[in-house]
Design a protein around this ligand. Structure first.
Ligand code: PLP
Length: 380
């Protein structure tokens, strides 16, 4: 049986074969522990980790010593939010986030709320854009942190944080950014955007699963309480033996993104435009969520009137791998909290479909999508 065309790159990307080639020797030959300082196996692992750290730092405009390796973005997000809240000895603590964050952020916020932290959730407009004036109104004297995603994982809507970051610096409030969907896909520069903490993950940028990082600006390092205790790896912020093959793969993925993201971007914008035109022509009344906002090049989130997303995705599943974007955390799937926050009615928030392309998406696959969807919509 032929494999379905893969259009779920926001969920995870394929690992680039060049990344795998780079990782393989670190399972087979160079298996030393980077914390073993007394022999060449350890030195080799350590050197490879330094190289990867350099690549990640270079990709996001940071310094090597500002990269803390974690098991993925979820852990990095937990470290950032809990770490900042835990290190403050204020009685009244306040943080600000948005209604459209990934569950990894929202659930961590819910957790800190149970510990007495007050959380303000900022609204977005009908295109998923954040209003900076709402943020200005929300800031309080005891605000410890502002958490805003760089790009939304369901709609691909991108938030320009340069102005937000600059404004927050005046009040000495750190800006934490979940950049999991953005790094390696668009230009990300922590200096330019005045970002203090930033989470990202290898498996969203053609690297392996199980490895991610938190960028920690030197200035906020002392305001971050570690969440994993042990051998004091990663400057004491995240203990545990380092995942050398994963880190090496992450570094190579970062290097390749640095060299290739622009080329990928231009090709994917072309595919997206082609697909959006074909979708709009083929399905009367089809709506594209977030279409007027600045978006990631590879994501289309759409609803076809009268079509149940679940039934359509199942019907096409032997030909197309598509997603619904919203996290399915229980047996009963809920309407997308992101689309609801954008003011979509329940029906649209429940039945929208996310199509996400990537580096390995081919022109002929793009050309086939709408035809496959059309056949199934007609038969449904
Ligand atoms: N944040 C965003 C925006 C995401 O899209 C994801 C994964 O889908 C995560 C965080 C969690 O990333 P990880 O799988 O590396 O824990």
């Amino acid at each position: 049986m032929e494999k379905p065309f893969y259009f779920d790159n926001c969920a995870t990307t394929a690992c680039d074969p060049r990344v795998l080639d780079k990782m393989w020797p670190f399972f087979k030959e160079h298996y030393g522990n980077a914390a073993s300082h007394d022999h060449s196996y350890g030195w080799q692992a350590n050197a490879a980790i330094d190289e990867a750290r350099y690549e990640l730092a270079t990709l996001i405009g940071a310094k090597e010593r500002e990269i803390v390796f974690t098991s993925g973005a979820t852990e990095a997000i937990n470290l950032a939010i809990k770490g900042i809240c835990d290190s403050s000895d204020r009685k009244l603590k306040h943080i600000i986030t948005t209604h459209v964050e990934h569950k990894a952020v929202l659930d961590t916020c819910l957790y800190v709320e149970t510990k007495g932290v007050h959380v303000t959730y900022l609204p977005v407009d009908h295109m998923g854009r954040l209003a900076i004036d709402k943020l200005r109104e929300a800031v309080q004297e005891n605000t410890l942190l502002v958490c805003i995603q760089l790009a939304n994982n369901e709609t691909g809507v991108v938030h320009n944080l340069d102005e937000v970051g600059e404004w927050l610096r005046k009040f000495n409030i750190p800006l934490f950014c979940d950049a999991t969907q953005a790094v390696g896909k668009i230009a990300v520069d922590v200096e330019q955007s005045h970002i203090d903490l930033m989470a990202f993950s290898a498996h969203k940028m053609y690297g392996p699963k199980g490895i991610g990082a938190l960028y920690v600006n030197q200035k906020v390092r002392k305001r971050l309480q570690k969440q994993v205790h042990g051998g004091s790896q990663e400057m004491g912020l995240r203990s545990g033996t380092l995942n050398t093959p994963g880190i090496v793969g992450f570094g190579e993925a970062a290097r390749l993104c640095r060299l290739q993201w622009r080329e990928d971007y231009d090709r994917l914008v072309g595919y997206r435009n082609e697909l959006e035109i074909a979708l709009l022509e083929s399905f009367p009344g089809l709506s594209i969520n977030g279409v007027e906002a600045e978006r990631l090049p590879h994501v289309i989130n759409f609803a076809i009137p009268g079509v149940k997303a679940e039934a359509l995705l199942l019907a096409v599943s032997n030909k197309l791998a598509l997603g619904r974007g919203s996290a399915c955390s229980s047996a009963e799937r809920l309407a997308s909290h992101v689309l609801l926050a954008m003011g979509a009615e329940e029906e649209r928030a429940y039945h929208s479909i996310r199509l996400s392309m990537g580096r390995f998406t081919k022109q002929e696959e793009v050309g086939a999508v709408v035809q496959i969807l059309k056949q199934q919509v007609e038969s449904l």
